[in-house]
Design a protein around this ligand. Structure first.
Ligand code: HEC
Length: 310
């Protein structure tokens, strides 16, 4: 890339205007490559959480994935092809992605939103697996990545031509590396990091332990109080408060089935199309909650019987 350097900078008439444009170009170039790294970290990170840690993505996680995964590919392809329009394509995905993350954060953090119950199947969208320092959740990390891409694209769109026939993406972020080599290195580094991290996590946990948002103490506790708390947390969203009689759980169903049969039903869930479905709505496997032990679930079944008088 030495020749490109020479073309732009060696001419005696390289005036201040070109100097300014190229330093802006350098910033835009650097931010676009940082955005590339952010999109790949977000992509690999989300796959790490679902495939290695076993956290089930909810509906809104999926909407954000739909924006983030192609964003990672489009940024890589656009930078390799030195396409100066890549910020425009990237914005088409990053802006809807950021909006989806924002809505998901509201679902988790604002009780009024959580009650909208967007997720009728699978994991409730208001479950937050990750809650660092009490406020950093998965959609917040996704929003950060989307915002980094948006900022980079806006900076890049403000850059004019650097020199005759050249623009800010003609070169890679480092003069010695071509764009293709730079993209290759960044993507390979991020993917390698997560594959390695995944392999290490797996080797440390032969049976992948699945965590839920329950406090550790509650997870081990199979007492009636713990069962009641578990019901409030995991089941009341759909079945209503225990004091209101647990809608959608029929007393005759409990009467006609053993504890283990009820446990098996809760484990497996019941699809809306199942022959024995009576409400037309689906019961998600494990109530959409992961990491509940059989002991806890049996305590929960006994609690259902107690409340329903069965
Ligand atoms: C996302 C909503 C949702 C959550 C969360 C949920 N359920 Fe359900 N559950 C349903 C629906 C809907 C039905 C009714 C299915 C049908 O019509 O057959 C149901 C049915 C059931 C039934 C069978 C009732 C019957 O009469 O056939 C049991 C037992 C049950 N749920 C227990 C639980 C427990 C325990 C939890 C918490 C760990 C839980 N559910 C969490 C939606 C949910």
């Amino acid at each position: 890339m030495a020749t490109v350097e020479a073309d732009v900078f060696a001419s005696p008439e390289a005036d201040d205007a070109v100097g300014l444009a190229s330093s802006r170009g350098a910033i835009a170039r650097a931010t676009m490559y940082v955005a590339l790294a952010a999109a790949w970290i977000a992509t690999c990170g989300s796959l790490y959480m679902s495939e290695v840690l076993g956290w089930i993505p909810c509906l809104w996680c999926w909407y954000q994935r739909i924006a983030m995964y192609p964003l990672a590919v489009i940024l890589a392809a656009g930078l390799i092809m030195r396409d100066r329009n890549v910020p425009k394509y990237a914005l088409c995905l990053a802006v809807p992605g950021a909006l989806a993350s924002t809505y998901h954060i509201l679902l988790q953090k604002v009780p009024a939103f959580a009650r909208l119950e967007t997720c009728v199947m699978g994991v409730p969208c208001s479950a937050d697996y990750l809650n660092l320092f009490g406020f950093i959740t998965i959609p917040m990390l996704a929003l950060t990545a989307f915002l980094m891409v948006i900022v980079a694209c806006v900076v890049a769109l403000g850059v004019r031509e650097e020199g005759a026939g050249k623009h800010y993406l003609t070169r890679g972020p480092l003069a010695v590396l071509s764009p293709a080599a730079s993209v290759g290195l960044i993507v390979a580094a991020v993917v390698a990091l997560f594959v390695l991290g995944g392999a290490m996590t797996r080797s440390r946990q032969p049976a992948p332990t699945i965590t839920s948002s329950l406090p550790a103490a509650a997870q081990a506790d199979a007492s009636r109080e713990a069962a009641a708390a578990l019901y409030d947390q995991a089941c009341a969203g759909c079945h209503g408060p225990a004091s209101a009689g647990m809608q959608l759980i029929r007393a005759e169903y409990l009467r006609g089935h053993s504890d283990l049969e009820v446990l098996a039903l809760i484990r497996a869930g019941r699809s809306a199309a199942a022959p024995d479905n009576f409400s037309g709505k689906a019961m998600p496997a494990n109530g959409g909650q992961i990491g509940i032990s059989d002991e806890q679930l049996l305590a929960l079944v006994r609690y259902l019987r107690e409340v329903k008088g069965q």
